[in-house]
Design a binder for this molecule. Structure first.
Ligand SMILES: O=C(O)CCC(=O)C(=O)O
Ligand SMILES: [Fe+2]
Length: 326
């Protein structure tokens, strides 16, 4: 049988998916992670009841104006719509986290995502690498700074609401996150794919964050529950709060960190802005004491810098939560 040669992953990752699509290239083998079945491009959305969405009541009002949500979507689109040479001014190497490109090289044999991204640390402020923040569109920096400030407010509202829903002291989760909690912005660009039945925009994973706040412009994100994928509906003024593994630990397993993925679409592209909210570096987190009792024994240990452990497993397409189990 003739050998089928594929460029090394490093080489593939040094090229953007968006570029391949512009050149009409078909996905190469490392991007192919689906069997060619089970693709549903219908516009109608499946039952979404298990997905918590912060919007107007009966959810929680997030307090961010519709115009700011439009602006952040707009500057993201404008950034990705630019020629490669402009975007490459912010290019990351294939091992870096911050900057424009793809995720760092996964361990051998793992599939690649059919998407590009720009990843930036926004809090604590001294972690900002402004040389990687796009200068075009010119309003990018101002809009991201404004959005990040507002996101901090959303994390306060959300963390308190979650504590109260469990009858806990309202600041308990905020204290665990710490004053130097981290916030990272990940701008995801999902190019269309001629073969959405073969690739995924983002492979199935759970987040290693405390939680992640997602804004999207099109459907594509799916959450796994009881073995079934649920599509998150499109709602221009809604933010989706997705629990990460660290919130599952702090809530002693009450809040579940769901596996999710992004499917590709043959006709349209998609933008999402995911804000990763993670406890302060070096800070130990643990299940809240008041959530541990005879009926609900402690199921998670104390952990520190769990996001690092999470990343090591993510690179191997595995979850890390078991490492925190008692
Ligand atoms: O694009 C999305 O809606 C989800 C992104 C996501 O899951 C992530 O960046 O971890
Ligand atoms: Fe995610």
């Amino acid at each position: 049988m003739a050998a089928y040669s594929v460029p090394p992953v490093e080489e593939l990752l040094s090229k953007r998916v968006q570029e391949m699509v512009l050149h009409g290239e078909e996905p190469l083998r490392p991007y192919i992670c689906r069997s060619g079945e089970d693709v549903d491009e219908k516009e109608d959305i499946m039952d979404t009841s298990p997905i918590p969405i912060i919007s107007k009541p009966p959810g929680i009002a997030h307090g961010i104006s519709a115009s700011l949500l439009d602006k952040i979507r707009q500057v993201s689109r404008e950034f990705f719509n630019q020629p490669m040479e402009e975007k490459n001014k912010y290019a990351k190497s294939v091992v870096d986290f911050q900057g424009y490109g793809a995720d760092p090289v996964p361990e051998q044999g793992q599939f690649l995502d059919w998407s590009d991204r720009l990843f930036l640390e926004v809090f604590p402020e001294d972690g900002r690498q402004y040389n990687l923040w796009p200068q075009i569109p010119i309003s990018f920096r101002e809009v991201l700074e404004d959005y990040s400030e507002k996101m901090i407010r959303v994390t306060e509202i959300t963390s308190k609401a979650m504590a109260k829903s469990l009858k806990l002291e309202e600041n308990c989760f905020l204290e665990q996150f710490g004053k130097q909690a981290q916030l990272h912005a990940r701008f995801n660009y999902y190019s269309p794919c001629q073969r959405p039945d073969l690739v995924l925009g983002l492979k199935p994973h759970a987040d290693g964050t405390g939680y992640t706040i997602i804004l999207q412009d099109e459907v594509g994100l799916q959450v796994l529950k009881d073995g079934k994928w649920y599509t998150v509906p499109k709602n221009p003024t809604a933010l989706l709060v997705l629990m990460g593994d660290q919130m599952e630990i702090m809530s002693n397993g009450i809040f579940k960190s769901p596996v999710h993925r992004v499917v590709s679409n043959s006709r349209r592209d998609r933008i999402s802005i995911a804000m990763f909210y993670t406890p302060e570096l070096g800070k130990e987190i643990r299940p809240e004491d008041d959530l541990v009792n005879v009926d609900r024994p402690r199921i998670y240990k104390k952990v520190t810098d769990y996001a690092e452990t999470h990343w090591k497993f993510y690179q191997r397409d595995m979850r890390a939560l078991h490492t925190a189990h008692i």
